[in-house]
Design a protein around this ligand. Structure first.
Ligand code: G7W
Length: 281
C-alpha cells in the first residue's frame, strides 16, 4: 500500500471464515469474523476469471468506490476489499435478518406499519443517495436485507445474486422497470420513485402490481399503468393513494421523496426508528 494511504490493507489472514450465507453469481458469501476485534462481517468472494470473462473490472472498481463512500443506516456498508491471485474479497456489513424477500414470502404480505416503515427507510436512503448524485440503487426486494433489529438495508449487489429462496424469474424480471426504462428513454432519479410505488404495492399485496405470464404482457401493463387493487388483503385508502401517486407514467408527475415522507399514510404508519418490532427475525 502507498505510505500515505491510511486505509488498512486487509488480507484473508485477518479473518476467520464461518458458514456460507448464500451463493452469488460470481462467488459465495460467507459469515466471517475479523480475528483481532472479533467483529462479525459478511465476506463476499468474487472469482477473478469470472469477471475477466465479463470485462467488468471498471464497473466493480466504480461500484466499490460508490459503496465505500455511502454511509447511511439503511444502506449496507462495504467496509473494504482485498484480493489474492484468483479472488476478490468484499468485506461487508452482516445483515443478521437476511433477505426481506424471505419475510415477505413467509408472511404473504407485510402489515401497513411494516410496509410504511420500510418505504420511509427506503425514501430516506434514496434521498441520501440522490443527494450524492447516486441513482438507481436497484431497490428490488432481493436487494433488501434486514439487520438484527429488523432495520432495512439496501445491499446493492451490483450484479444479480442467485441466493437460495430467490424468485426463479428474478434475474430476468421486468416487474420493477419504470415506463421510461421499458421504452429505453433516458431515466433519472424519478425511476427510484416509481420503484418505491412498485415495492409499496408488493409489500402490501405480496406480489408486484404489473405481474403477468409473459415479459411482453408485463411490458404492456407497465406502459398502460394497468394498476388495480385486489379486494383482499384489505389495504387502507391512504396506502392506495400513495401508490397511485408514484405509479404515474410521466416521471415529473411522480410524488417526490420529500412528499412521500410527508404523506399521511407514512406519517401515520411508519415507525420513526425505522425498526419493525413486529417483524420476527
Ligand atoms: C446471501 C445472503 C442473503 N447475504 N448476502 C449478503 C450480501 C450483501 C451484499 C453483497 N454485495 C455485493 O455482492 C456487492 C457486489 C458489487 O458491488 C459488485 C459490483 C460490480 C460488479 F461487477 C460485481 C461483480 F460481482 F460482478 F464483480 C459486484 C453481497 C452479499 C449478505 C450480508 N451482507 N449479510 C447477510 N446475509 C447476506
Amino acid at each position: 500500500s502507498d505510505a500515505g494511504n491510511t486505509e488498512k490493507q486487509w488480507s484473508l489472514a485477518d479473518f476467520e471464515i464461518g458458514r456460507p450465507l448464500g451463493k452469488g453469481k460470481f462467488g459465495r458469501v460467507y459469515l466471517a469474523r475479523e480475528a483481532k476485534s472479533k467483529y462479525i462481517v459478511a465476506l463476499k468472494v468474487i472469482f477473478k476469471e469470472q469477471i475477466e470473462k465479463y470485462k467488468i473490472h471498471h464497473q466493480l472498481r466504480r461500484e466499490m468506490e460508490i459503496q465505500t463512500s455511502l454511509r447511511h443506516p439503511n444502506i449496507l456498508r462495504l467496509f473494504g476489499w482485498f484480493h489474492d491471485n484468483e479472488r476478490i474479497f468484499l468485506i461487508l456489513e452482516y445483515a443478521h435478518g437476511g433477505e426481506l424477500y424471505g419475510v415477505l414470502k413467509q408472511n404473504g404480505h407485510l402489515t401497513e406499519q411494516q410496509a410504511a416503515t420500510y418505504i420511509a427507510s427506503l425514501s430516506q436512503a434514496l434521498a441520501y443517495c440522490h443527494g450524492k448524485c447516486v441513482i438507481h440503487r436497484d431497490i428490488k426486494p432481493e436487494n433488501l436485507l434486514l439487520d438484527h433489529e429488523g432495520r432495512l438495508k439496501i445491499a446493492d449487489f451490483g450484479w444479480s445474486v442467485q441466493s437460495s429462496n430467490k424468485r426463479k424469474t428474478m434475474c430476468g424480471t421486468l416487474d420493477y422497470l419504470a415506463p421510461e426504462m421499458v421504452e429505453n428513454r433516458d431515466h433519472d432519479y424519478a425511476v427510484d420513485n416509481w420503484t418505491l410505488g412498485i415495492l409499496c404495492y408488493e409489500f402490501l399485496y405480496g406480489n408486484p402490481p404489473f405481474e403477468a405470464e409473459s415479459q411482453k404482457d408485463t411490458f404492456k401493463r407497465i406502459l398502460k399503468i394497468d394498476l388495480s387493487f385486489p379486494l383482499t388483503p384489505n389495504v387502507s385508502e391512504e396506502a392506495k393513494n400513495l401508490i397511485s401517486q408514484l405509479l404515474v407514467k410521466d416521471p415529473s408527475k411522480r410524488l417526490s421523496i420529500e412528499k412521500i415522507m410527508q404523506h399521511p399514510w407514512i406519517v401515520k404508519n411508519a415507525d420513526p426508528k425505522g425498526v419493525c418490532a413486529s417483524i420476527d427475525i
